[in-house]
Design a protein around this ligand. Structure first.
Ligand SMILES: [Zn+2]
Length: 445
């Protein structure tokens, strides 16, 4: 009995010592990062070092394991999607599979009130086994990463029983009856919280210019891939609204009408929006990375943005003016082939915005001007304004506190090893501190 408590005490002291050491290393790294930031005088006064915010939840950075900024920014964005995080932590699905196990452990670390950076190597390893895209340490794509994580989570979180089949609103609406068939077929394979939150539906319309021929097919989507370049007009598109208009434009089909031989027009129409809407700006055109500012709103009402009148665009029980709010975004500095990615997230405990740049986190003073004018933004997350999705905040804190000591002890020892490895990596990468022609930073990691 005595031995065990002594062991426990030693373990506790070890943990405390490692934690102190880690804080020292962390502060040192933080200072180095501040030097980098200070060089860019434009940004300097808008950042406050977050380290003063002790005892707050959700401020854990992720070390770069070698070109993993794409994964770090994607994971911070996903962590910040409260309805998903809440479900995973409160429903406790840790036994359902290796992906959900590693993801849950990662969430505990990222949300805990411990302000010490961690890393996502266990999760990356599990994800690589699911999707070999994530093997290795090359720079990769954020949207592919996010979609792959969601698809892996969908696999582990599938419900055994299907309860939420689509229910018809208007019995006389032929389109809606067709939509119901598509929806109920898809939900059989995707019956999970991932489907509930992230999946919307497109209506693919083919119609004849000459007669009444019309064909409608429904297809699900979990993000909108929007072009920021209008090929027909050969010009850049400058705001989200126009990107959506361009996405829903009419396109001449090469097929002729099977009834009259007339011209067929094709159109993609957003028919049902997901609760969490992920938008990706496709900025690569002719192998070039388009860096112009595409304006995006902090809040928007789908009625103003989409061509279909929104019977099914959003749940009918919400009447708020601005139904969707910006919750997170990712920016990319550099070219189409290299550069650095940083995410900006609205913390769900305090509603303030923070920059997550690998293991550094900064709070941002002037949210509206800065967050809404990031010309390198390419990935946006909008969330529906439904209060019931955002309850149980205190429960999440308790849950994270309970898992804090246990996970962090192992975690800290791991990080100690990783930092040594990372330092070695950084010494071999001298592209740090270079500026690209825009005058922005190209951190090269
Ligand atoms: Zn026709």
């Amino acid at each position: 009995m005595k031995k065990i408590s002594e062991k426990k005490r030693n373990k506790k002291e070890d943990s405390k010592r490692i934690k102190e050491e880690m804080s020292q290393i962390f502060i040192k790294e933080q200072k180095q990062n501040d030097v980098k930031k200070n060089l860019n005088s434009n940004l300097n006064d808008k950042y406050i070092n977050y380290i003063e915010d002790n005892n707050k939840y959700g401020f854990v950075g992720l070390y770069n394991l070698g070109n993993t900024c794409y994964m770090n920014s994607s994971l911070q964005i996903l962590k910040n999607i409260y309805p998903l995080t809440k479900y995973i932590l409160l429903e406790n699905k840790i036994e359902e599979g290796i992906i959900i196990k590693e993801y849950t452990n990662l969430l505990y670390k990222l949300i805990s009130k411990n302000n010490i950076s961690t890393e996502a190597s266990e999760f990356k390893e599990a994800l690589s086994r699911y999707d070999d895209y994530f093997f290795g340490y090359e720079q990769k794509d954020c949207i592919k990463c996010i979609i792959s994580v969601l698809s892996a989570l969908n696999m582990d979180l599938k419900r055994k029983e299907i309860k939420n089949y689509y229910e018809i609103i208007n019995e006389n609406d032929e389109e809606e009856i067709k939509f119901k068939q598509s929806y109920n077929k898809i939900i059989k394979n995707k019956n999970s919280i991932i489907f509930d939150l992230f999946f919307g539906f497109l209506k693919l319309l083919n119609k004849c210019r000459n007669c009444d021929y019309k064909k409608v097919v429904f297809q699900c989507f979990n993000y909108l891939d929007l072009s920021v370049f209008d090929i027909d007009k050969n010009k850049k598109i400058n705001n989200l609204e126009d990107c959506i208009k361009y996405y829903e434009r009419e396109i001449k089909s090469e097929f002729k009408c099977e009834k009259c031989g007339g011209e067929i027009i094709m159109k993609n129409i957003i028919y049902k929006l997901p609760k969490i809407l992920i938008i990706c700006f496709n900025r690569v055109y002719n192998n070039e990375h388009l860096n112009h500012l595409v304006k995006y709103p902090e809040k928007f009402n789908p009625i103003d943005y989409f061509s279909e009148k929104p019977k099914l665009l959003f749940p009918s029980n919400t009447k708020e003016e601005n139904l969707y709010s910006l919750n997170g975004l990712i920016i990319h500095y550099g070219t189409a082939y290299s550069g650095h990615k940083i995410s900006f997230c609205k913390n769900f405990f305090n509603d303030n915005w923070y920059e997550f740049n690998d293991n550094s986190i900064y709070s941002i003073n002037y949210i509206k001007n800065e967050i809404l004018n990031l010309k390198h933004a390419f990935l946006l997350v909008y969330e529906i304004n439904q209060k019931e999705l955002y309850n149980n905040l205190e429960e999440i804190k308790t849950k994270c506190d309970d898992n804090y000591t246990n996970i962090n002890y192992k975690n800290l020892i791991n990080i100690n090893k990783k930092i040594k490895r990372k330092k070695k990596y950084n010494n071999n990468n001298i592209i740090n501190n270079k500026k690209n022609p825009d005058g922005d930073y190209l951190y090269g990691s």
